[in-house]
Design a protein around this ligand. Structure first.
Ligand code: MG
Length: 550
């Protein structure tokens, strides 16, 4: 065990918190969240124990895809503030011990981006080749659609250009041509710019699409993964401790490629979509089997790489890796009505509503996510048990304004209600009167205060990400028991996914010293017999964390 290593690769033991500046806190009273408001809430996030904020896109944008359609990579959307406000925010966060990363969305631009406007207007434009054009829809090329409900093709005819252009996302988001060295140079410049003014890294949007060259006729003199490797080393030269966290929603073996070779020279982290989808199935079945299966299938990573684990994120809860029967099983239990589902592949709900507000079960799920191999990622509002607003269309249902108090507009903004940028969650049960930060700060047993404690325990247990993990065999199907060993430190985390209390027994290892077993988190009796058999009681949806002394 080498505790000094933990600060070099800080992101392995970080607690990430994803938020959208637009919906987090309005500081200037115009109804739209902004950097001024966010800066005022940095102390709230520091109090919670967050160590890295992940900002969703805050760049100038026509906002037809919630900011994932960018018109200027070197600026801040005027509605959210100025570059000056951004720098002040990053500095305040750093003072409170919080790093900041942001979405890097360079698979595509907005159709309104000056590069695209120039490209479409003239075949001789220097930007023409920054995008992908074709006189006809090519026979070969990508044929899967990201938004099958909205788009019918990956190619869109552009009257002004007199050609089709390629888009993997919406047709107002033309794909950039990464076979063009000038485009790759520009992406490097964007990365360098934000590192220079304070970002500690990026959550890289849609990485497999970014590296995909299907449909592009020009050849690329560098293999796409070699280019990602180059980008990583550029990042490291500019800021040694910076991180790249990738959105790579593929099967495990394919995701592994994006971490690079044995030395781990591409992405530092990948969001663990496979484990996330197994979680859905395990929850619904109240059976740890799907998680055990997924953990066993999880590829081993280079030494300085890690998974990022999450419960819910800003998109629908995609279940695209489950079989059709499994997906329907999850839909029936967690989102039976059609309006709760999206694209036939996911759920557009947050966790508390899906679990009918069952506090024990909600807490078990977060304890579990924090105890799985990797770093946990929270999505804003999860710490107070916020709900979705199904009246907001599509994936945006989970992106309602943060609920700060039971005051007007949930304390999110002082603007008139009609000016609030997005509908607030309504109703007696989930609206701001029932779910808000201020009330939960006062209430001792609130989810917020529990989450603060969970984060503290997780931060104190770096074994979970620096150690090697192993499954502890237990006979009860509802129980998942994991062990971590890191030098002289060992930890044991046990979760009961079932609605019935359960007691389980297993053998400790000969080197463990039973008398030194420390009870870290959770409730119930436990004992260790002379022969090294440990017996642990778990409540319904119970969770237990122990530290074992070897
Ligand atoms: Mg504002």
């Amino acid at each position: 065990m080498d505790i000094s290593r933990t600060s070099d690769v800080w992101w392995k033991n970080a607690v990430f918190y994803c938020l959208d500046v637009e919906t987090f806190r309005d500081g200037n009273g115009d109804g739209v969240g902004d950097f001024l408001g966010l800066s005022q809430e940095v102390d709230y996030l520091a109090g919670l124990g967050v160590t890295c904020i992940w900002l969703m896109p805050f760049y100038p944008s026509p906002n037809r895809d919630d900011g994932y359609d960018i018109t200027d990579y070197y600026s801040v959307d005027p509605l959210l503030g100025t570059l000056g406000d951004f720098v002040e925010f990053v500095r305040i966060a750093r003072d409170r011990g919080i790093r900041v990363i942001a979405d890097l969305v360079v698979n595509h631009t907005s159709k309104e981006h000056p590069w695209f406007k120039s490209a479409r207007s003239d075949r001789n434009s220097p930007y023409r080749d920054w995008y992908i054009w074709s006189d006809e829809i090519p026979e070969s090329g990508p044929d899967d659609l990201v938004f099958p409900d909205k788009e019918k093709s990956n190619w869109e005819w552009d009257e002004e250009a007199g050609q089709y252009f390629l888009h993997r996302f919406y047709k107002h988001q033309p794909d950039l041509n990464i076979t063009n060295p000038k485009v790759r140079e520009e992406i490097r410049r964007i990365v360098g710019f934000w590192l220079e003014i304070g970002l500690a890294g990026f959550r890289v949007d849609a990485v497999p699409f970014l590296l995909e060259t299907a449909g592009i006729t020009g050849s690329m003199e560098i293999a796409p993964h070699d280019w990602l490797r180059d980008l990583r080393s550029f990042l490291g030269r500019r800021r040694g401790d910076a991180v790249l966290m990738g959105e790579v929603n593929l099967e495990y073996e394919e995701v592994r490629r994006f971490f690079g070779d044995e030395s781990g020279d591409e992405l530092h982290m990948c969001l663990n979509f496979n484990l996330n989808q197994a979680l859905a199935l395990a929850l619904v079945r109240e059976d740890a089997g799907a998680l055990v299966h997924s953990l066993r299938a999880m590829p081993s990573l280079p030494a300085d790489a890690a998974w990022a684990n999450f419960v819910r994120n800003h998109d629908e809860w995609s279940l695209d890796k489950l079989t059709e029967a499994e997906r329907q099983e999850v839909f029936r239990a967690l989102g039976p009505r059609e309006e709760m589902q999206l694209f036939g592949r996911g759920l557009r709900r947050r966790l508390p509503t899906m679990l009918d507000g069952d506090q024990a079960r909600i807490r078990m799920v977060y304890s579990l996510i924090f105890a799985l191999p990797g770093a946990p990622v929270l999505f804003y509002g999860e710490e107070i048990g916020m709900a979705e607003n199904l009246d907001i269309p599509g994936r945006m249902s989970v992106r309602a304004p943060m609920q700060w108090s039971d005051g007007p507009s949930a304390g999110f903004s002082s603007a008139q209600p009609e000016k609030i940028c997005r509908p607030i969650v309504e109703g007696k049960r989930w609206g701001p009167a029932a779910v808000n930060v201020a009330a939960q700060q006062r209430e001792r047993d609130s989810l917020l205060n529990w989450m603060e404690q969970l984060i503290r325990k997780r931060r104190e247990m770096p074994e979970i990400v620096f150690g090697s993990w192993s499954l502890v065999a237990v006979p009860e199907p509802s129980i998942l028991a994991l062990r971590y060993d890191w030098g002289s430190r060992s930890a044991l985390v046990i979760h009961n996914l079932g609605e019935k209390p359960a007691t389980t027994s297993f053998k400790l290892r000969p080197q463990d010293r039973p008398e030194a077993t420390a009870d870290i988190l959770g409730h119930g009796k436990f004992s260790v017999g002379k022969d090294g058999t440990m017996t642990v009681e778990l409540e319904r949806y119970g969770y237990r964390w122990f530290r074992l002394a070897a």
